[in-house]
Design a protein around this ligand. Structure first.
Ligand SMILES: [Fe+2]
Length: 400
């Protein structure tokens, strides 16, 4: 099998990294930047410090602080037009996954001059996105090193992925100061998403020894630091958490994401379930499903999840790995199941059929008719094991 590994984003990490943002922007030849954020982050002291550093380096700043829970196509298209009109030549994102996905979408639309919807799918635009600097404020999405943006098409109730080698961020600044203001219940969500990224990259059918090494190290670091990063006032753990989520995305950016993300997508699009709940609740189930066909990967993953594998059979290691994730969820107050509101039982079959196009179909998913799916239809997904609609339905039922 031919595999490739591409990671052009410069990663600057550690306490104080945010102070380099002005110099970094100048290095990237930015002169006039759009700073993308959300109302909560825009009120933080570190946001003001970042703006001051940019201004101190001579940059002219425009702002868009209105990102919400999802990156919305309407925001991206509006701001993409604004960027062209105002001659903005760089995008700086300070925020979590939806902020970075919004900013990345703006950077794509600004140079390609077509609506975000038409840029979704894999490599569906041909001009390099505007230069981007990403400052993640959650240890989670990993979008700061990802070529992909995940956006919501509000009209069609679809979550769509778009991107390619032309939309990698140019730089990521990982500074634990940005995580300090996060309440515990907020910090847990993206951290679980990041853990899912690492595990899914490791269980991918297109994983390589290179992606496996990064993915496994990311899972190990994330699992070891997550409780302290969320429950304790521990800057070092937060720094590890940020780095682990970044590493997980370096891995899944190349090995891609699997069944947790594919099955979560219709829940997010049609039932408005927040992304981390969808992938996190699914994670132990899809992990066990895929490990069944990856015997050589069972023990390394179990050990990365801090399981004592001594004397355990392979089957027991898989069960213990799922249990290690559930124990972590209990400690960080993350749910193990969907509520009846999040996923009504009567909609499980529909959601399984809607998952068929998978994460990477882009706008092509809009022309798929779920009524054409049968029990044996396969979910489009790069995970190591093939999953049918019937199996997806069974897994979703186990999540209730
Ligand atoms: Fe994710």
């Amino acid at each position: 099998m031919i595999t490739s590994f591409y990671m052009p984003t410069r990663i600057v990490s550690g306490a104080g990294a945010l102070g380099t943002i002005g110099t970094l922007a100048r290095d990237l030849t930015m002169t006039r930047v759009l700073v993308v954020s959300d109302p909560v982050i825009a009120a933080q002291g570190f946001h003001a410090e970042a703006l001051a550093a940019l201004q101190g380096a001579g940059l002219i700043i425009s702002r868009f602080d209105e990102c919400g829970i999802d990156a919305r196509c309407s925001h991206i298209d509006d701001q993409g037009g604004r960027v062209r009109r105002e001659g903005i030549d760089g995008i700086v994102c300070i925020g979590g996954g939806s902020v970075m996905c919004t900013g990345k979408g703006i950077a794509i639309v600004a140079t390609n001059d077509k609506p975000m919807r038409e840029c979704t799918g894999v490599g569906r635009f041909d001009k390099k996105a505007l230069p981007m600097i990403m400052v993640p404020t959650t240890g989670g999405s990993g979008s700061e090193v990802s070529q992909w943006t995940i956006v919501k098409d509000e009209e069609r109730h679809l979550k769509l992925l778009g991107g390619g080698p032309l939309s990698f961020p140019d730089a990521a600044l990982l500074d634990p100061v940005t995580l300090r203001s996060l309440p515990m219940h907020v910090a847990a969500l993206p951290a679980v998403d990041a853990l899912t990224h690492g595990v899914e990259a490791y269980l991918s059918g297109i994983a390589s020894p290179l992606t496996d090494a990064v993915a496994l190290a990311a899972v190990r670091l994330q699992y070891a630091s997550l409780r302290a990063a969320i429950n304790a006032d521990d800057d070092r753990a937060r720094e590890d958490n940020l780095m682990a989520s970044c590493m997980a995305n370096v891995a899944c950016g190349n090995a891609r994401l699997g069944h947790a993300h594919a099955l979560s997508l219709p829940l997010e699009g049609h039932l408005d379930l927040p992304h981390p709940y969808g992938v996190g609740v699914l994670l132990p189930h899809v992990m066990a499903f895929n490990l069944a066909v990856l015997p050589a990967k069972v023990k390394p993953l179990a050990e990365a999840l801090d399981v004592d594998t001594m004397g355990l059979s392979r089957q027991e290691m898989i069960a213990a790995s799922a249990e290690a994730i559930r124990a972590l969820y209990a400690d960080i107050a993350f749910p193990e199941h969907f509520t009846a509101d999040q996923l009504p039982r009567e909609r499980v079959r529909e959601m399984a059929t809607r998952a068929v196009p998978g994460l990477y179909a882009g706008i092509a998913a809009a022309s798929y008719d779920p009524a054409t799916a049968t029990d044996r239809t396969l979910i489009a997904c790069p995970s190591a094991r093939r999953m049918t609609v019937r199996q997806a339905e069974e897994i979703l039922e186990r999540c209730l």
